[in-house]
Design a protein around this ligand. Structure first.
Ligand code: NAP
Length: 274
């Protein structure tokens, strides 16, 4: 079986590759990247291509049975400019099955895949545990503190390996056509609990400083965050939908393994915070 992984150099895609390798050592894995120098595991074939330029993708889909799709193009997660052309290429190449990672740009690609001949499973992970590196590693290293709004928010945050494992099982075994799989971790954590877990993992007290929404906006703008992302974050963090703070059993149901906890994730990533 040959599987194409898009977004393979990112948080989720890299874990899809890793988990496919674990579950199916003999599967032929091909990773799409815009970067001809992309660092990939030695036994993963590189296909250079850009989802925003479908004319660059024909070779990537050749001989592929299943695809893991991202639905965006570029660093700010904007929607694909021509998702219909991407789906048409996949269909023409004979792709039979796909997973598609949900997110800010959800909608057009998903609808086209559903209407296509390709078995489609939607992956809807909640907050990634790995956001802790992106948001908190630098301030923890610099001043031992996290400055954020919405101190009482709740999150059923998920380990990216578990997203990868669910995707890998679906791509390999099928059986989830048309389903929309919400993927969470095993527990709901408050901000204070996350900080305590991280403090214990790195062996250093971390202070949590709660910002007002106005202070947070000023900080994010100062860091160069685009207004659209600020609006998205404010809504996602300040008004988390029930889905983002309710544990579901998808990881165990699909993979047969329990979901990994934030404490496990933190123990694996202590060096990023020291
Ligand atoms: N962070 C969260 O808590 C969270 C929660 C739920 C859902 N999500 C969703 O998850 C997605 C982000 O996933 P991630 O964190 O794994 O992404 P990421 O680490 O930012 O990686 C981005 C990946 O997308 C690829 N890419 C970007 N533009 C491309 C293009 N034009 N053509 C081909 N490949 C392209 C990049 O490949 P190259 O650079 O190698 O070309 C890279 O592999 C977003 O849709 C987000 O909304 C995030």
């Amino acid at each position: 079986m040959r599987i194409l992984i898009t977004g393979a150099t990112g948080n989720v895609g890299r874990n899809v590759v890793e988990q496919l390798r674990e579950f199916a050592p003999d599967a032929e894995l091909r990773a799409l990247s815009r970067n001809p120098e992309a660092a990939l595991p030695a036994d993963v074939e590189l296909a250079v291509g850009d989802l925003a330029a479908p004319e660059t993708l024909a070779d990537a889909f050749k001989g592929v049975d299943a695809v893991h799709f991202i639905n965006f193009a570029g660093e700010q997660y904007g929607a694909l400019p021509d998702p219909a052309a991407v789906v048409a290429l996949a269909e023409q190449a004979g792709v039979r099955r796909c997973t598609v990672l949900g997110g800010v740009a959800s909608g057009p690609l998903e609808r086209l895949l559903e209407a296509s001949s390709i078995e489609t499973t939607h992956l809807r992970p909640v907050e990634f545990m790995s956001n802790a590196i992106m948001w908190w590693a630098e301030p923890i290293k610099a001043e031992g503190a996290i400055r954020e709004p919405f101190g009482d928010r709740l999150s059923a945050m998920v380990h990216p390996s578990d997203i990868g494992a669910v995707a890998a099982k679906v791509l390999l075994d099928g059986g989830h056509d048309g389903r929309s799989l919400v993927i969470t971790g095993p527990e709901v954590l408050t901000m204070q609990e996350k900080v305590r877990v991280l403090s214990e993992a790195i062996g250093r007290e971390i202070e949590f400083v709660e910002l007002t929404v106005e202070e947070a906006h000023a900080k994010w703008r100062g860091e160069g965050m685009p207004e659209g992302v600020i609006a998205f974050l404010t809504e996602a963090l300040g008004n988390t939908p029930d889905e983002g703070k309710t544990v579901v059993n998808t990881v165990e149901e699909v993979t047969g393994r329990p979901a990994r906890s934030f404490a496990e994730w933190a123990a694996e990533h202590v060096e990023a915070f020291r």
